[in-house]
Design a protein around this ligand. Structure first.
Ligand code: HEC
Ligand code: HEC
Ligand code: HEC
Ligand code: HEC
Length: 493
C-alpha cells in the first residue's frame, strides 16, 4: 500500500463503509485468521466472550499501564496511574450523569419523552459518557466499565484483537498504522486524523454505524441536538487542537515525535476532521426516515435566535448595515439564520486560500451546504429542504475526506496558515459573530507558545468568555474583536 492509501484508509476508519471496500482485502482477511475474529459467530460463546472491548481494568495492571513510576524510556507504562492522578475529565464522564445537572437534563428529557430511563442507564447519554461499547447491555464487564467513565478503549480502540499482540516488541514496528487499525482495531493516537476521528465521535457527534463491515462501529446515535441543549446540556463546541492541548497528558510528552509536533498541521487536520464529523451528522439529521427533528436548531448560530445571549444592540445595528458576515464573507440579511459557522469556517478558509495552495472543492461544497441550510427565522418562511441539505452534506463530507489526505501529505506552511486565518477574520470593515471570532482566535493561538499569554491576547478574554451565570458570550462584540485579531495576524508571515 502506498502512503495515500494508508491515509485514506485512516481517514475512512470511522466511516469504514467505503474504506473497507478500498482497503486491501488480504489485510482484513489475514486479520481474521490471525485473530480469530470469525469466532464471533460461535454460538457457544457467552455474551461476555463476544464483547469487543476488554475494559479499563484489563489495561491497568502494575506490569501493564498501572505502574507507579515510569517503567520504560518511551512508553512509560504508568498511563493508567497518571490518568487517575491528573484527574482526566473522562474519568468523571459517567458520574456527571448522576450530578444535579445530569439529573435535571434527564427530568426534562423524560418529560418530553425523549428518553425513558435515568441518564446513567440511557444509551442516549451513555454512548458518549462511557466507553461506547459499554453503553448498552448488562454484562458484568459493561457495568464495571461504566464506572471508569470514558475508558481507555474509547480513544485507543477496542482491544479484543490487539490486547495480546500489542505487547510483542515487533507489533508497532512491523505493522503500519492502517494495518493495526483495520486488522486489530488499535487506533494510532499519535496520528491526528486517527486520533481526532475518535474524539469527534463524542465531541461533535456521530450517526449510528449499521454496516456490518464496520466491525468495531457503534450502532447508536451520538447526538447533542437542540432538544438536549434546551434541556440543559452544554453546547458542543469542539476545537480539536485546543481540546487536545487541554487533555492532561497520561503519556510521555518528551518523545522526539511529540516534541517536534507541528501545531499548524494539528490545527488544520483537527478543523477538517471535525467538519467531516459535523457533515456526516448533518446528513443523518437531514434524513427524514431517522425521525430527527427538523430543522435542527443546533446547526445554526445560537445567538441569532437567543438574542439575550448576545449584546443585542451591536448585533442588530450591524445586521441593518449588512456588515455582519457569515461563511465565505457573505453578508447576512436581517432575520436569516447563519448556518455552520463553528464547524465549517476553518475548513472553508483552508480550502479557499489559493495564494499558497490550489483552491479545493471543499470551499464550494461548504457554500452549497450553506445555501441549502440557510433560512429565515420567521415562521412563515420555508424550511430548508431535507433532501437537498442531506445531499449537500454528503458531498461536503466526501470533499473533506480528500482535503484531509491532501493536508496530511503537505502540511500547511506558516504563510498558508496565516493567509487562512486572514480569510476567517474576513475583510475590513466586516465582522463575523462569536463562533467565527473564537475559531479564528484558537487558530491564531497555535502560532504562539500555549504557555505564554501576551497582553494583547489577555485583552481579548472578556469578549470571548461566557460569564459564569450566562450560557453565552454576552460581551462579544465583532466590530471590536475582529480588528484586534487582524492586527495580531500582521505579526505572522
Ligand atoms: C454526542 C455525545 C454526547 C451525548 C449523546 C451526551 N453527552 Fe453529555 N457531554 C458530552 C461532552 C463531550 C461533554 C463535555 C462538553 C464540553 O465541555 O465540551 C458533555 C457534558 C455533559 C454534562 C456537563 C458535565 C460537566 O462537567 O459540566 C452533563 C451534565 C451531561 N453531559 C449530561 C448528559 C446527559 C444527561 C445526556 C443524555 C441525555 C448526555 N449528556 C448526552 C457528550 C455527550
Ligand atoms: C480521551 C482519549 C483517551 C483516553 C480515554 C485514554 N487515552 Fe491514552 N492516549 C490518548 C492520546 C491522545 C495519547 C497521545 C497522543 C500523542 O501521541 O501525542 C495517548 C497516549 C497513550 C499512551 C502512549 C502511547 C505511545 O505510543 O506512546 C498509552 C500507553 C496510553 N495512552 C494508554 C492509555 C490507557 C491505559 C488509558 C486508560 C486508563 C488511556 N490511554 C486512556 C488518548 C486517550
Ligand atoms: C466516548 C466519548 C468521548 C471520547 C472518545 C472523547 N471524549 Fe472528551 N469528553 C467526553 C465527555 C462525556 C466529557 C465530559 C466529561 C465531564 O464533564 O466530566 C469530555 C470532556 C473532555 C474535555 C474537558 C472539557 C471541558 O470543558 O472541561 C476535554 C479537554 C476532552 N474531553 C478532550 C478530548 C479529546 C482530545 C479526545 C480525543 C483524543 C476526547 N476528548 C475523546 C467524551 C469523550
Ligand atoms: C431557530 C431558532 C433557534 C436557534 C438557532 C437556537 N435555539 Fe435554542 N431555543 C429556541 C426555542 C424556540 C426554544 C424554546 C423551545 C425549546 O425548548 O425547544 C429554545 C430553547 C433553548 C434553551 C432552553 C432555555 C430557554 O431559554 O428556553 C436553551 C438553553 C437553548 N435554546 C440554547 C440554544 C443554543 C446553545 C443554541 C445554539 C446551538 C440554540 N439554542 C439555537 C430557538 C432556537
Amino acid at each position: 500500500m502506498n502512503k495515500t492509501w494508508m491515509l485514506l484508509g485512516g481517514f475512512f476508519a470511522a466511516a469504514a463503509i467505503v474504506s473497507l471496500c478500498l482497503l486491501d482485502e488480504a489485510v482484513i482477511a489475514q486479520g481474521k485468521d490471525d485473530q480469530g475474529r470469525n469466532a464471533e459467530s460461535d454460538e457457544e460463546q457467552s455474551v461476555e466472550d463476544k464483547l469487543l472491548f476488554v475494559g479499563t481494568p484489563a489495561c491497568s495492571a502494575r506490569g501493564c499501564h498501572g505502574g507507579i513510576e515510569p517503567l520504560k524510556k518511551d512508553c512509560w507504562q504508568n498511563e493508567f496511574t497518571l490518568w487517575l492522578r491528573n484527574g482526566d475529565p473522562h474519568l468523571r464522564a459517567y458520574e456527571v450523569l448522576k450530578s444535579d445537572q445530569g439529573m435535571q437534563i434527564g427530568r426534562a428529557l423524560k418529560a418530553a419523552k425523549i428518553i425513558d430511563k435515568e441518564p446513567h442507564e440511557s444509551p442516549v447519554c451513555l454512548v458518549c459518557h462511557t466507553t461506547p461499547w459499554a453503553a448498552t447491555g448488562e454484562a458484568e464487564r459493561q457495568r464495571t466499565e461504566r464506572r471508569f467513565g470514558v475508558g481507555c478503549e474509547s480513544c485507543h480502540g477496542v482491544a479484543r484483537y490487539w490486547l495480546n499482540p500489542h505487547t510483542r516488541p515487533d507489533f508497532k514496528k512491523t505493522l503500519s498504522a492502517v494495518e493495526r487499525r483495520y486488522k486489530y482495531g488499535m487506533v494510532d493516537v499519535s496520528d491526528p486524523i486517527f486520533r481526532f476521528q475518535m474524539c469527534t465521535r463524542c465531541h461533535v457527534g456521530a450517526p449510528p454505524s449499521v454496516d456490518p463491515r464496520d466491525w468495531d462501529g457503534v450502532p447508536l446515535l451520538a447526538d447533542v441536538n437542540h432538544d438536549l441543549i434546551a434541556a440543559g446540556h452544554p453546547r458542543m463546541q469542539f476545537e480539536a487542537s485546543s481540546f487536545f492541548a487541554n487533555l492532561p497528558p497520561h503519556w510521555n510528552p518528551n518523545t522526539p515525535d511529540r516534541v517536534k509536533n507541528d501545531e499548524g498541521k494539528t490545527w488544520a487536520l483537527g478543523q477538517v476532521v471535525s467538519a467531516w464529523a459535523a457533515a456526516r451528522l448533518l446528513k443523518h439529521r437531514a434524513d427524514a426516515s431517522t425521525g430527527s427533528p427538523w430543522p435542527e436548531f443546533a446547526e445554526y448560530s445560537c445567538y441569532a435566535c437567543h438574542h439575550n445571549l448576545r449584546q443585542d444592540s451591536v448585533r442588530q445595528a450591524q445586521d441593518q448595515k449588512h456588515d455582519r458576515v457569515t461563511l465565505g464573507s457573505r453578508p447576512t440579511k436581517p432575520g436569516t439564520l447563519p448556518w455552520g459557522e463553528w464547524y465549517f469556517s476553518g475548513s472553508y478558509a483552508l480550502a479557499s486560500e489559493p495564494a499558497t495552495h490550489p483552491a479545493d472543492a471543499v470551499a464550494k461544497c461548504v457554500l452549497d451546504c450553506q445555501k441549502a441550510m440557510t433560512f429565515g427565522a420567521r415562521p412563515f418562511e420555508t424550511q430548508p429542504n431535507r433532501n437537498q441539505a442531506g445531499e449537500a452534506a454528503s458531498r461536503l463530507a466526501s470533499a473533506l475526506e480528500a482535503l484531509a489526505v491532501k493536508l496530511a501529505k503537505s502540511p500547511p506552511s506558516p504563510a498558508y496558515l496565516s493567509a487562512v486565518l486572514k480569510v476567517m477574520a474576513g475583510p475590513t470593515p466586516t465582522s463575523a459573530d462569536w463562533e467565527v471570532g473564537e475559531q479564528t482566535y484558537l487558530g491564531l493561538r497555535t502560532f504562539l507558545d500555549r504557555k505564554q499569554s501576551p497582553a494583547e491576547i489577555k485583552r481579548l478574554l472578556p469578549m470571548r468568555a461566557f460569564p459564569s451565570d450566562v450560557n453565552g458570550p454576552v460581551r462579544y462584540n465583532g466590530p471590536e474583536f475582529m480588528p484586534q485579531l487582524r492586527e495580531l495576524l500582521k505579526q505572522f508571515p
